[in-house]
Design a binder for this molecule. Structure first.
Ligand SMILES: Cc1cc2nc3c(=O)[nH]c(=O)nc-3n(C[C@H](O)[C@H](O)[C@H](O)COP(=O)(O)O)c2cc1C
Length: 171
């Protein structure tokens, strides 16, 4: 079984446990490492050409405008295909109830026929939100597998939970 992780995560200012903190590594970035360690995987990072603000409040406004416009922001690099992989993990934060628009920029370009997509949402209280509703349409041809919501403040301590979840997902 060959696994791939497609992730997006934002370092710097974020809202954690009710206050603004600066994260040296993003929560979804940590979860990506835990999954990779558990099941072995190639990793693709979704990164936008236009960076989001380091300022948390400004970033929430940028993200809100993108969501409203159903924007598909341009990426620095695109993954051309998921051929050769059996399981694809998508790992990204909850931004206003769904994934950051940039994740959809990438997912919508791929053909997931014959693949299983598992997904993780890091969040600050909204859990999976509406992400489950978006997955089927965004991942053309995929079988949607397991999902996991990880509270951002708990992400650093979630290694064993995430590892067990990932191992079970690919079984
Ligand atoms: C632009 C933006 C919008 C967010 N919207 C939500 C939200 O609607 N619900 C929620 O629970 N958390 C929300 N959050 C918090 C993030 O989901 C949470 O901090 C997550 O752990 C961040 O993961 P990351 O460090 O990998 O980027 C938002 C954060 C940002 C920056």
């Amino acid at each position: 079984m060959k696994n791939l992780i497609i992730y997006c995560s934002r370092r710097g200012q974020n809202y954690v446990n009710g206050s603004i903190k600066s994260l040296s590594r993003g929560n979804a970035e940590l979860i990506t490492e835990f999954i990779k360690d558990a099941v072995g995987a190639d990793v693709f990072k979704v990164d936008t050409v236009k960076p989001y603000s380091d300022d948390y409040m400004v970033c929430t406004e940028e993200a809100k405008a993108e969501l409203k416009a159903k924007a598909r922001p341009e990426l620095k690099e695109y993954l051309g295909s998921v051929d050769g992989y059996d399981n694809i993990f998508v790992v990204a934060p909850n931004w206003w109830g769904v994934y950051p628009m940039a994740i959809y920029t990438q997912l919508e370009r791929l053909d997931f026929s014959g693949k299983t997509v598992h997904y993780v949402v890091t969040h600050e209280g909204s859990g999976l939100g509406d992400v489950p509703k978006t997955m089927k349409n965004s991942c053309k041809g995929a079988k949607i597998g397991a999902s996991l919501a990880v509270y951002g403040g708990s992400a650093p301590g979630s290694r064993s939970e995430v590892e067990n979840w990932a191992k079970k997902a690919v079984k």
